[in-house]
Design a protein. Structure first.
Length: 277
């Protein structure tokens, strides 16, 4: 029997964590005077659920053979990943002011050689799902017990390699693989639907023989339910189409393409941090 009180408390805790992630994201990008706030903020709720409920990870033993793997294929959203790793205890908060600084482990895109918890160096879009395939297939070949999660941008689906990887994952029945598409319909040059439409995403993944779930990417109940369904499904990979808001959590950044790759100024920083109190 579901204990709704416990579920409510758990979701409240995840919301608090996501707010801290958003604070870290804004702080990092403001200090760096550059970065990608919009697409980092849009995945904060998803990362909160992944790191604090779904994934088997341990910052004390970051190389555990059976740890779950997260590949941030949309590598420009690195501040979101760093924020999660900081709050999870992989790295000190003292590094927040060092984003994009020379010799800092917090580079503009994730570098697996510089920071524990980063499973793959990413940045060139379209490649992360292929890497996730390899990890998931390795788990099956060597009879390990870990799952693989890949977060992709919606504009990233314009890359042909994504669909080659989708075909491969279905062929090998990688039911330990979950692709999460951050669908906010904004990319660097404008609306995804204007630049190069990718719809219907659901039908496309289904045609590649994936299990597909469409959710509100800011609803904790829907995120949790989708991940549970993916975990229990056997014989095929799962794609979660997460409908999100770019810049989620900060009023003037929400659905504002100007903040795809622009840092807030002094006044905007103060307003953002005030809204996140």
């Amino acid at each position: 029997m579901i204990n709704f009180k416990e579920v409510f408390i758990e979701i409240k805790e995840l919301q608090v964590i996501a707010k801290e992630l958003r604070k870290n994201i804004v702080e990092m990008i403001y200090r760096a005077k550059s970065g990608h706030p919009g697409g980092s903020l849009s995945i904060a709720d998803i990362l909160s659920v992944l790191y604090w409920k779904e994934m088997n990870v341990d910052p004390i033993n970051p190389k555990s053979e059976n740890r779950d793997r997260l590949v941030l294929s949309k590598g420009h959203a690195a501040p979101a990943l760093y924020a999660a790793l900081i709050e999870k205890g992989y790295v000190s908060k003292d590094l927040i002011p060092t984003l994009r600084k020379w010799h800092s482990p917090l580079q503009g895109h994730p570098d697996m050689k510089k920071l524990n918890g980063v499973e793959m160096s990413t940045g060139s879009l379209g490649q992360g799902l292929s890497v996730g395939n390899g990890m998931a297939l390795s788990s099956k070949i060597f009879k390990n017990d870990y799952r693989v999660y890949v977060i992709l941008g919606d504009g990233e689906l314009q890359e042909g390699q994504v669909w080659e990887a989708a075909m491969t994952a279905a062929h090998y029945k990688l039911d330990n693989l979950v692709a999460i598409i951050d669908y906010n319909n904004l990319q660097i040059d404008g609306k995804v639907s204007d630049v190069m439409g990718v719809l219907p995403i659901t039908d496309k993944f289904k045609s590649f023989n994936w299990n597909v779930i469409e959710i509100d990417g800011h609803s904790y109940e829907e995120i949790i339910e989708a991940l549970n369904e993916a975990r229990n499904l056997k014989g095929k990979p799962t794609a979660i189409i997460a409908n999100t808001i770019k810049g989620k959590g900060i009023s003037f950044m929400e659905n504002n393409g100007a903040f795809h790759g622009a840092a807030p100024n002094d006044e905007q920083y103060k307003q953002a941090m005030e809204e996140l109190k």
